[in-house]
Every structure is written in structure tokens, then in C-alpha cells.
Design a protein around this ligand. Structure first.
Ligand code: FES
Length: 105
């Protein structure tokens, strides 16, 4: 999907991928050598999390902040810890790092 070197440690990226036959926007987050991915859909009102394609907000506390109404998500499990959908979670998508790139599955 994306070369790992294009994703700085602690940075986000947006990629398009086919999930269960549907084209979806995914949010990628790099944490050291690991990369986590979630659907780029906020559980609050179903909006995209980024304010422009690939432009995600991160709070001073290291939370992902939804650009629509400010729900804040921790970046280990994608759980909403503040805001209008507190307690809900982003939908995780399995990805792995192989040969210097990020792949689905
Ligand atoms: S859609 Fe994300 S906080 Fe409302």
C-alpha cells in the first residue's frame, strides 16, 4: 500500500484500499517499526477523520482528533477517549510490514 519510509515515526497517512470488495479510505499510523490501520470513518457521525485527504489532527497528548466534531482517539486500539463517541472505537484493519512496505493482512 505504501513504503514504510514514506511514513515518519508518529505520523499518519491516508491510503485507499479494497476491503471486502469495497473501496475504502484507511488511516495508517506508524509507531516505531509497527503500523496500525483503521477505516477513515469516525464512529460518531460517520465522517472522515481528516480535514483534507491525508491531513489528520494530533493533539498535544498524542491523540488523533476527528476534524468534524473533535472526538479524540488513542492510537493503540483506536478507542474514543473524549468527545461525542466516547467509548466507541475506530474499525481496525489488519496490516503488516514486509520488505519495507505496509500491506493489508
Ligand atoms: S464525526 Fe467525528 S466527532 Fe463527529
Amino acid at each position: 500500500m505504501i513504503e514504510l519510509q514514506r511514513l515518519a515515526d508518529g505520523a499518519f497517512a491516508e491510503v485507499e484500499a479494497t476491503i471486502d470488495g469495497d473501496a475504502e479510505s484507511l488511516l495508517l499510523y506508524r509507531d516505531g517499526d509497527a503500523v496500525r490501520a483503521w477505516l477513515n470513518i469516525c464512529p460518531h457521525a460517520g465522517r472522515r477523520l481528516d480535514w483534507a485527504p491525508g491531513q489528520f489532527l494530533k493533539s498535544k497528548d498524542g491523540l488523533l482528533v476527528c476534524a468534524a466534531h473533535g472526538a479524540s482517539f488513542e492510537l493503540s486500539g483506536g478507542e474514543c477517549v473524549a468527545g461525542p463517541c466516547r467509548g466507541e472505537s475506530l474499525r481496525a484493519i489488519a496490516v503488516s510490514v514486509r520488505d519495507g512496505a505496509v500491506w493489508l493482512g
